[in-house]
Design a protein around this ligand. Structure first.
Ligand code: SF4
Ligand code: SF4
Length: 91
């Protein structure tokens, strides 16, 4: 099932707490990640969070551990993969 690009799902995403989400990427993306509207979210194919609903990251390049399996979105949509930031659709 396709993960819906909703604010609720975005709030439940654990990517920002993940060891793979490097500090430099957090700093680079903090303004957009904070200020995006629901309408803008729906129209995007790329976003630097909730990678299971979007494409892979342009900033994260190394697997330092994935915590997707602990995420409510992962459970809600019955996701099967991990590391959605490194490969679109997950590994
Ligand atoms: S499953 Fe992973 S990528 Fe998707 S919302 Fe949860 S933590 Fe983020
Ligand atoms: S998709 Fe997985 S590995 Fe990538 S940032 Fe999110 S929780 Fe971490």
């Amino acid at each position: 099932m396709q993960v819906e690009k909703t604010k609720e799902n975005m709030c439940n995403c654990l990517c920002m707490m993940c060891p793979s989400y490097e500090k430099i990427c957090k700093l680079k993306n903090q303004d957009e990640n904070k200020n995006i509207s629901t309408k803008d979210l729906q129209n995007k194919t790329h976003y630097e969070k909730m990678f299971c609903a979007f494409e892979k990251s342009n900033c994260i390049h190394f697997d330092r551990g994935c915590i997707c399996q602990n995420c409510e979105v992962f459970k809600k949509y019955g996701l099967k993969h991990r590391e959605y930031c490194l490969k679109t659709g997950g590994i």
